[in-house]
Ligand binder design. Structure first.
Ligand code: ADP
Ligand code: MG
Length: 906
């Protein structure tokens, strides 16, 4: 069945130079705009290239073609900037609905700014959704602009020369990685371009700085000035001649030049109006400090930003800081201007931001940039990751965020950025993904047992449990090399009891403490223990300790050193303070080294060694061990092969989408699919569901049973009662296995009728599957991470055992292997006590297929294949459930700016 395609929704996106444009379908009411584009905003030469001649009527004909209501087979998208149509891309399917003739037109002054490419990406997306498989276009050989657009698009392009014209053919079938990479790369460059005026402004104005000392606006004004901002700084305040010694202008328009960035500290009621004023004047970025905006004001603010192409931080932001000496912008009202350095810091809560900056200052870790995102209407963590990834200054990113923007884009961005820089975040475990899922549902219940820390780790992000842990880990990653992925640690202490505590802390953090060779440390004092933890005794002096550390460092038995020292009168009296052993040595050694100094007052600081290098020192063994474990995890992540996304053959996302859309037309609120639709959807992705025959009445149930018995293990079938909204079937007595005769099938169907009465809508008849290991494979949606694929021990004991693992979709080839091996029950799959292993290739294949299903269909909010019966000769699923929810169907990689729910237009 085919559904009437919805027109693509209006979205906003960035073109290559960072300008925001709106992309929306061209409507009959856009006739004048289309005429204007072709007649006024294109030169005669551009028109000749577009229309192959100099016909005066060309603009009119174009308007006629694009603006006729309901013209079949036509899909036309326009790009608007500042309310003006600046470009158009359309395709029209003529005889064959799978082939569409493509046309493009861009206003002359917008050439070479990525308008055509952006339009084409959106047209490709919309056309694919309507079953178009090929674009074709006739172009003049001399139309270099259009040939460059095609060449750079990232899709395969075939050209054929025909009498001076080039016939271009672009197949759209491939959803290949190359195109995604190209789209993603363009998105990154456009994003970074749009953020320049915000994060490296050449000029700044403050709006709302009042004469009252201590007000937010005035404080920021003073900080920008005192921070030594390198560009012009202006004040706009219609009610004052002068604020804090600066001349004040009555409006943004009255300023000597248009500022790149405006900091808004005006009351909530006038924020949107002020933003509109800035936009009209040509301002490119806003930092909105104002808090307490109502919904209407928020929407107006957002609209002003998008209409006038301004990127915005906030509202409810503490401000931004840029320490680059070429800029030196301190536009925040938190703490002291951070030291220049290499850490990028982004926070949602201002308070946390202040705390983080203070701690970094203690450590002497400088900041490259600081952004307090506040309510995050526009600029999000994703944007900043992209900015810091390539700003040439940032080497370490610290985030405190509740969400990262578009969750599907987040995983992709994070996985890429974290290969280059460590990204650390605090995950307070506020909300486990599973809690939101339907409690009735096994896969949804799975995520609490899978720690969110592990999910962050898959994205390459170092997730810590507290601010102190975040800072402690940053101190290590900043100053010391990473350990080898094995993560074996030697603990050396001058007080045995502390050494034991440190050893326990390392073990708790999952670090190995191998026993050291007995002859490794020969020169230790009487009574010392040279195993691991090494106890040097309190009598050790710095020289002896230094020898000991050197011996361990070069032993190759361990990958990191944890040194715990207690000040002892004994050592100090004879040889000097043992801490000298650390300070006199090199800060950077063959392996990372951390200290625990029990008399230290602050949780973490950097010791500066004689060679000028630093090593982190903690007041507590647990903090040191956790920091080492995070460093080890990062080393493991970097060592992990970054294999491509699993791409199983024979998936039919188009058919699946049609099925989902048809279902949502019939059931606009979504819900669980019935058994037949479930089977159809799984079939689109080649997922192995056992033969399931639907029987409405007793007669057809018996007939189905008779027909299926031959396929069943032991000549038996299974009957399952079905009614809409059912939860656990076996618990309700709705599953009857092992039926060998017609009489049994008939009796069971009758029994269902008696037991479930009017609720019963029929039964599913299946052949009995041969016994095997029961697994669970599923999909759940996470607020932060998007879709997760879950694998676990399944069957009716699934909830009791709760042996599960989850990974971000789409899965990589590496994920497939890792998931299978990280279950506690893995030995049962791999072959246990002489039993042969199950068909692991088939299990991996199911995971790959379910991952594609989850990644392709955002409306699929839960899926549960339980059990998937795994045997040495293959796998088969005997029970599957899928729940849909209405969601705008979008390609997660389609370039468009995010609109948080709070600021969506009604
Ligand atoms: P529910 O999960 O709703 O209780 P299932 O359809 O998963 O219902 O059935 C429960 C259990 O019955 C399964 O875990 C499996 O052990 C067994 N079972 C169900 N269908 C079959 C089948 N076709 N072949 C063999 N065993 C089955
Ligand atoms: Mg089940």
């Amino acid at each position: 069945m085919s559904t009437v395609p919805h027109p693509p929704p209006a979205v906003e996106a960035l073109i290559a130079d960072g300008t925001t444009v709106e992309i929306r379908p061209i409507a009959p009411s856009d006739r004048d705009a289309v005429l204007g584009l072709h007649a006024d905003r294109m030169s005669a030469e551009s028109r000749r290239l577009r229309f192959f001649g100099a016909s005066r009527r060309a603009p009119e004909l174009a308007a006629e073609r694009l603006c006729t209501d309901g013209r079949p087979g036509l899909l036309a998208l326009g790009a608007w900037a500042g309310g003006e149509l600046i470009g158009e891309a359309d395709c029209e399917a003529l005889d064959d609905p799978a082939t569409a003739e493509l046309a493009l037109a861009v206003a002359d002054e917008w050439h070479r700014r990525g308008v055509a490419t952006l339009l084409l990406e959106h047209l490709v997306h919309a056309a694919r959704g309507r079953g178009v498989r090929v674009f074709e276009a006739d172009t003049l050989a001399g139309n270099r602009g259009v040939h460059r657009v095609f060449a750079d698009l990232g899709l395969p392009v075939h050209r054929r020369l025909e009498q001076g014209e080039i016939r271009v053919r672009v197949p759209l079938d491939e959803t290949d990685e190359h195109y995604r990479e190209a789209v993603d790369g363009r998105g990154r460059r456009a994003d970074v371009a749009s953020l320049g005026p915000l994060l490296r402004p050449a000029s700044v104005a403050v709006l709302g700085a009042s004469r009252r000392p201590g007000s937010v606006g005035r404080t920021v004004l003073r900080k920008i000035r005192d921070g030594g901002f390198t560009g012009p700084l202006w004040v706009v305040n219609p009610k004052a001649q002068e604020v804090a010694g600066e001349r004040s202008y009555p409006s943004v328009g009255a300023l000597p030049a248009v500022p790149d960035l405006v900091v808004l500290a005006v009351p909530p009621g006038v924020v949107a109006g002020a933003a509109e004023e800035c936009g009209r004047a040509g301002v490119r970025a806003l930092v909105v400090l104002t808090a307490g905006l109502g919904q209407a004001e928020s929407r107006q603010l957002m609209r002003a930003c998008r209409r006038h192409s301004m990127r915005m931080v906030g509202p409810n932001s503490l401000g931004v800081a840029q320490t680059d000496p070429a800029v030196r912008l301190d536009a925040e009202f938190g703490g002291a201007f951070p030291l220049p350095g290499t850490a990028g810091v982004a926070v949602q809560s201002g308070g946390v931001g202040i705390a983080l900056l203070e701690r970094l200052a203690w450590l002497g870790i400088g900041v490259s940039g600081f952004v307090s995102l506040g309510d995050k209407y526009d600029v999000s963590g994703n944007d900043l990751l992209r900015w810091w990834e390539g700003d040439g200054r940032t080497e370490l990113v610290l985030l405190h965020l509740e969400s990262f923007g578009n969750p599907r884009a987040f995983g992709r961005t994070a996985r890429r950025v974290t290969r280059k820089l460590p990204v650390l975040t605090v995950d307070a475990g506020r909300s486990t993904a599973g809690r939101r899922g339907a409690a009735s549902h096994t896969a949804a219940a799975a995520t609490p047992t899978v720690t969110r820390e592990a999910l962050f780790r898959q994205a390459g992000i170092t997730a810590t449990r507290s601010i102190d842990e975040l800072v402690g880990t940053a101190a290590l990653l900043y100053a010391q090399p990473l350990p080898a992925p094995r993560g074996a640690v030697a603990v050396v202490s001058n007080a045995g009891g502390i050494g034991i505590l440190a050893a326990d802390a390392c073990a708790d953090a999952g670090l190995l403490l191998p026993e050291l060779a007995p002859d490794l440390l020969e020169s230790l004092p009487e009574g010392a223990s040279a195993r691991n933890p090494v106890d040097t005794t309190a009598a050790v002096g710095p020289a002896e300790l230094a020898r000991c550390l050197k011996a361990v460092e070069h032993s190759r038995a361990v990958d990191a050193l944890l040194v715990c020292l207690v000040p002892t009168a004994l050592a100090t009296a004879t040889d000097g303070d043992p801490v000298r052993a650390l300070l006199d040595g090199p800060a950077r050694r063959r392996i990372p080294i951390v200290a625990v100094l029990l008399d230290q007052q602050v949780p973490v600081r950097h010791l500066t060694c004689d060679d000028g290098g630093r090593l982190p020192s903690y007041s507590d063994t647990v903090a040191a061990a956790r920091a080492l474990a995070h460093a080890r995890d990062r080393a493991r992540w970097l060592a992990e092969p970054s294999t491509a996304e699993a791409d199983p053959p024979g998936c039919d996302p188009k058919a699946a989408r049609a099925l989902v859309e048809a279902h949502l037309v019939a059931e606009p609120d979504g819900g669980w699919l019935d058994p037949l639709s479930t089977a159809d959807l799984l079939d689109c992705y080649g997922l192995p569901l056992t033969t399931s025959v639907w029987a409405r009445d007793e007669h057809s149930a018996v007939a189905a049973a008779r027909g299926l018995r031959g396929l069943g293990h032991g000549g038996e079938v299974v009957l399952k009662a079905y009614w809409p909204g059912q939860v656990h079937k076996s618990a309700a007595g709705a599953v009857r296995t092992g039926l060998a005769t017609d009489a049994q099938a008939r009796a069971v169907f009758r029994e269902f009728g008696e037991r479930f009465g009017g609720r019963l809508s029929g039964a599913v008849v299946q052949p009995m599957a041969a016994p095997g290991l029961e697994l669970l494979v599923g999909v759940v949606q996470d607020r932060v991470f998007g879709p997760l694929v879950v694998l676990g021990m399944g069957g009716t004991t699934a909830d009791v055992l709760a042996d599960r693992t989850a990974r971000l979709a789409p899965l990589t080839e590496h994920d497939l292997t890792a998931m299978v091996t990280e279950l506690r029950g893995a030995p049962l799959l791999l072959g246990y006590r002489g039993a042969p292993p199950v068909d692991l290739a088939a299990v991996r294949d199911v995971l790959a297929r379910i991952s594609r299903l989850a990644a392709d269909l955002p409306q699929l909010v839960e899926a549960d294949l339980n059990p998937l019966i795994a045997r040495p000769d293959g796998v088969i699923c005997v029970d599957a459930r899928i729940r849909l929810e209405p969601r705008p169907s979008f390609d997660p990689y389609l370039r468009r700016l995010r609109r948080p729910a709070a600021v969506q237009d009604e």
